[in-house]
Write a protein that binds this ligand. Sequence first.
Ligand SMILES: Cc1ncc(COP(=O)(O)OP(=O)(O)O)c(N)n1
Ligand SMILES: Cc1ncsc1CCOP(=O)(O)O
Ligand SMILES: [Mg+2]
Length: 205
Amino acid sequence: MVSLQFITHQTDRYTCFESALMALEGGCKWIQLRMKEAPCEEVEAVALQLKPLCKEKEAILILDDHVELARKLEVDGVHLGKKDMPIDEARQLLGESFIIGGTANTFEDVVQHYRAGADYLGIGPFRFTTTKKNLSPVLGLEGYTAILSQMKEANIELPVVAIGGITYEDIPAILETGVNGIALSGTILRAEDPAEETRRILESY
Ligand SMILES: Cc1ncc(COP(=O)(O)OP(=O)(O)O)c(N)n1
Ligand SMILES: Cc1ncsc1CCOP(=O)(O)O
Ligand SMILES: [Mg+2]
């Protein structure tokens, strides 16, 4: 079964919380609570609601950006990008038991996160997406192939999650490049039944 990280998103139809519930209902075992526009208190309230539900379903819960909150709420980890707290600083604060993911768009980003002690890499975007503003350059399949081959050459062994504009049909070719998992948001939330779409993805790949 493909390793799937679901990225929460608020849409016309769903709140971030509802989006996470549907992914969990569909069998997703890894939720990233990403509430870009929300104040910290709101993220905290949603995370507090989500934490027991993830626990019940044996799903990992990580927060996008909010290191201090992840520590306070004792969720499983955080995902950090270029504009967030540096990974080595987050590691100091969180210790070894928290999962820390780092965003990479180039091999240089990979090396930096590897040295800083990241547990996994979110590499993207695969293609253009409206889920995130200020996107880095699109990588396509070639981008993943190139970065993964540079990682192999440099003996950098870190799980890689592909992200950004990925749809159901893209998944086999992306996995063929050697990535370890995928992160999805829009393709699940645009489906008529997002829980069913999550299940379809997990049962197909
Ligand atoms: C799995 C995964 N990969 C990349 C990102 C992007 O993180 P970041 O660059 O910090 O951008 P924002 O998500 O904070 O807008 C991610 N969240 N998850
Ligand atoms: C958070 C993030 N980082 C790079 S692309 C992206 C959005 C992923 O969502 P979608 O699957 O809808 O493109
Ligand atoms: Mg971020």
